[in-house]
Write a protein that binds this ligand. Structure first.
Ligand code: PMP
Length: 406
């Protein structure tokens, strides 16, 4: 049974006050809070089990290596990858996507080749492809959402042409909460011989993920949104794609031998993990993923769907408020503007005074904001520990804003 109060009790920060008000943390799309098990694991790793990994012959180094390496299997289980060697550990989605751009795409794509993207990608799934456009003449082909922020998977499939070498699409929009039918996209692209990168930064947080069933070639996740430490992450890379990749960063750990004239690389996935990694962050991410699997991603998805429906109903009742591009099929992420035109930064400052933490701005998704014709929004993004009472607190604070700004 999913017990939101029991889950809340696992997160010490949720019982604090901000501005003399109980904290209502609705900025989970930016980063989620950490449960005590993660905080304890991080403390223990530093206090009792710390050394560098992969290179020591002493007790602590072996212990830290075992703890660190075990996370690969945890991520593989979390994503249902066929083999844990398909998991490359890193610092988060931004590193994961840049690795794909440098290690897989840059050596393969030529001037005129196309990458198909949706208009609602996060900058982390845009800017690395712009590098290829600037440096190699690769063409970015954009697929737009409808006015409600829905992305038609067929429109993405139809954009795939003879020159398309990659499709890069998010599973869940970090601005609108739109859930994309990535499975249909992956399967159709596969039939056409085109690999797909699915940005799992938001998706993996809100629903069960099975990369084999989805059919993605690349699936990056970021630990800090998954209730783990910042600076942790991983990317699933399908075996065939991994075999096509050249090393991304050079340094220790990714080599077997180096001489004056030659270098022999380590086997994947180590071949793509240069230097001392985020040892403790990664260990913390493993604990966070185990914690999520214990609760059950199905249970989390059900709770968040209930919360989303409740929030949608209540927010829709406010005729002075716009839910920007509110799609039919969404995760509990709401981009809000007030009819009177009050700036998103002013709204979020007032909400903060009421203890309600949201994010304001363009959310690292400027092409989407331009497409929607809005300058900035306030984003309320919910997590598994949020409650209906917190939706009510958000509404009360928004009503106060409405009175203040008219
Ligand atoms: N993609 C999406 C959809 C995101 O929401 C984010 C984080 N806001 C990222 C990529 C980048 O993640 P990170 O900053 O953790 O690398």
């Amino acid at each position: 049974m999913f017990d939101v109060n029991a889950i809340r009790a696992d997160f010490p920060i949720l019982s604090r006050q901000v501005n003399n008000k109980p904290l209502v943390y609705l900025d989970n799309g930016a980063s989620a809070q950490k449960p005590q098990v993660v905080i304890d694991a991080v403390t223990k790793a530093y206090a009792e089990e710390y050394a560098n990994v992969h290179r020591g012959l002493h007790y602590l180094s072996n212990l830290a290596t075992d703890k660190y390496e075990s996370v690969r299997g945890v991520v593989a289980k979390f994503l249902n990858a066929a083999d844990e060697d398909e998991i490359i550990l890193n610092s988060g989605t931004t590193e994961g996507i840049n690795m794909v751009a440098y290690a897989w795409a840059a050596p393969r794509l030529q001037a005129g080749d196309e990458i198909v993207l949706s208009i609602m990608e996060h900058h982390a799934n845009i800017v690395p492809w712009h590098f290829l456009r600037e440096r190699q003449g690769v063409v970015l082909k954009w697929v737009e959402t409808d006015a409600d922020g829905n992305l038609d998977p067929q429109a993405v499939i139809d954009a795939i042409g003879p020159k398309t070498k990659l499709v890069a699409v998010t599973q869940v929009s970090n601005v609108l909460g739109t859930i994309v039918d990535v499975k249909s996209i992956c399967h159709a692209a596969r039939e056409r011989g085109v690999p797909v990168l699915v940005d799992g930064s938001q998706g993996a947080v809100h629903m069960p993920v099975d990369v084999q069933d989805m059919g993605a070639d690349f699936y990056p996740i970021t630990g800090h949104k998954l209730y783990g430490p910042s600076g942790s992450g991983a990317i699933y890379v399908r075996k065939e794609r991994q075999a096509e990749m050249i090393p991304f960063m050079g340094g220790g750990d990714m080599i077997k031998e180096v001489s004056r004239d030659t270098v022999i690389y380590n086997d994947p996935p180590m071949k793509f993990e240069a230097g001392t990694p985020g040892i403790v962050q990664t260990i913390g991410m493993g604990v966070a993923l185990d914690y999520l699997m214990q609760i059950g991603m199905d249970n989390i998805a059900q709770h968040e769907t209930d919360l989303c429906n409740y929030a949608n109903e209540r927010l829709r009742g406010l005729n002075w408020l716009n839910i920007q591009g509110n799609p039919a099929n969404k995760a509990a992420i709401f981009s809000l503007t007030l009819n009177g035109g009050a700036h998103a930064h002013d709204i979020s400052t007032v909400l903060d005074k009421k203890g309600v933490a949201v994010r304001a701005g363009t959310h690292c998704a400027m092409p989407l904001m331009e497409h929607m014709g809005v300058g900035a929004t306030c984003r309320a993004s919910f997590a598994m520990y949020n409650t209906k009472a917190e939706v009510d607190a958000l509404i009360d604070a928004l009503e106060f804003c409405h009175e203040l700004f008219g």
